[in-house]
Design a protein around this ligand. Sequence first.
Ligand code: RB5
Length: 151
Amino acid sequence: MKIGIAADHGGFTLKQQLLHLLQAEGYHVTDFGAKTLDQEDDYPDYIAPLARAVSTGLIDRGIAVCGSGVGAAIVANKFKGVRAALITETYSAHQGVEHDELNLLCLGGRVIGPELAKEILFAFLHAHYSGETRHQRRLGKLEKIENDSFK
Ligand code: RB5
């Protein structure tokens, strides 16, 4: 599984913790930045390249961290085929993948602590899309909405 991670200054510390954890667990992770802490940086500059990589299939699952996770989710969902959500607990982290084929996890670096973030991260990464008919039907409707809105 190809994993990508990105954060602005609000998510930088948590992003570094999660990146090191994933690497220690043997995952190959592409770091889309920020590579250094810059209090003046802007989340779209890091989250958009990650979301674009998910959209084009270069990355299978993305992790985006900003201060609240809200801006990260907003920018990530601008990209076709990206299904991003701000997640704050483990149920939604796996159910979002199983039912909605969530492919970009957004976290608030100023909101949750590192231990909960780790549990959410692994719930997201270990989950698989169920492919059940009802979920396929719903994703098909989402795809149609997306295609219509880009016309
Ligand atoms: C940065 O101060 C903060 O606004 C940003 O990280 C994020 O929380 C936006 O949603």
